[in-house]
Design a protein around this ligand. Structure first.
Ligand SMILES: [Zn+2]
Length: 245
C-alpha cells in the first residue's frame, strides 16, 4: 500500500518511531564504550570521565621532535606527524580500537576522529589537500563491514573540511600465477606486496595518511616509500589515533 502523505506531514512509521526510540533507549540505554556506564544526554559513545582519563601523548605541545617523528627518522621523509593517545595493552585505547575493528561501530570511528581534531593544533591541518585512510584488505573490510581508518578519517574530515580520497589503490606484486589477471588490491600487509600506487591526483601537494594505531611504523614506511617513488614531490603527513608506548 502506498500512502499519499504530503511532504510536510509525518509518515506513520516516523510517527511511531518517535515514541518507540525513547522506549528503546530505556530498555537498552546507551553505554560508554570503555566503562559501560549509562551515558548522559550530552555524552556521545564515551563518557566524560573516560574521555578525560585517556592516556594523552601531548604531542601537540611539543616544540622538539616527538617520539612519533623519531620513529620514522632514517626510514622515510614525513612532513608532520600526530597521535593524540598512547596505546597500552589492556588499556582504554586498546578497548576502543578493538570495538572499532570488530564491534561494527563505524560511529565510534567518527567519534575517535573527532578526538584527534580536538587534541591537535589547528595548524596541523593547514595546507593538506586530502586525507588517505590506510587501506585494508578487501576481505577484512567485508568481514568488518568497514575500514576502521576510513571511519577515523570521516571524523577528521567532518571537522576540518578536508576531503577523503579513496582512490588509493595498491598494485599487488606481479607473480607468475597472476600474469593474466593483474589485480589491484587494498592491502594491509603491504610490505612484500606492493610495487606501485596509482590514482593519486597530481594536483595534490600535501596529503595526510590516517591510521588507527602505529606500533613499529613498518606498514606506513612501506606505503610511504612506494608513494614517494611514484610521486617524489608530494609532501606526506601521518596521523594516527594512537602510538604504542
Ligand atoms: Zn566511561
Amino acid at each position: 500500500m502506498v500512502s499519499k502523505v504530503g511532504k510536510s506531514s509525518v509518515s506513520p512509521l516516523n510517527f511511531w518511531l518517535k515514541f518507540i526510540s525513547p522506549l528503546f533507549d530505556l530498555i537498552y540505554p546507551k553505554q560508554c564504550a570503555i566503562c559501560s556506564i549509562e551515558l548522559s544526554q550530552q555524552d556521545e559513545l564515551i563518557c566524560y570521565f573516560c574521555e578525560n582519563d585517556l592516556p594523552k601523548t601531548h604531542f601537540e605541545n611539543y616544540s622538539e621532535p616527538t617520539p612519533l617523528d623519531q620513529l620514522f627518522w632514517g626510514r622515510v621523509k614525513i612532513d608532520k606527524t600526530f597521535a593524540p593517545y598512547y596505546f597500552e595493552k589492556e588499556g582504554p585505547i586498546q578497548k576502543l580500537l578493538h570495538q572499532l575493528k570488530y564491534g561494527h561501530k563505524p560511529k565510534l570511528g567518527i567519534k575517535l576522529g573527532e578526538l584527534i581534531v580536538k587534541n591537535a593544533q589547528p595548524k596541523l591541518f593547514q595546507g593538506i589537500d586530502a586525507i588517505f585512510p590506510v587501506p585494508i584488505h578487501y576481505r577484512k573490510e567485508f568481514q568488518r563491514g568497514y575500514n576502521q581508518s576510513r571511519a577515523l578519517s570521516k571524523g577528521i574530515s567532518l571537522h576540518t573540511g578536508i576531503p577523503i580520497d579513496e582512490r588509493f589503490l595498491i598494485k599487488q606484486k606481479h607473480t607468475k600465477s597472476q600474469t593474466k589477471r593483474n589485480k589491484w588490491l587494498r592491502w594491509e600487509n603491504v610490505q612484500e606486496t606492493i610495487t606501485a600506487v596509482n590514482g593519486l591526483n597530481h594536483n595534490y601537494s600535501h596529503i595526510v595518511i590516517v591510521d588507527d594505531v602505529i606500533t613499529t611504523g613498518a606498514t606506513l614506511e612501506s606505503l610511504i616509500s612506494v608513494i614517494q617513488k611514484n610521486y617524489p614531490e608530494l609532501r606526506i603527513s601521518v596521523i594516527s589515533f594512537a602510538l604504542t608506548k
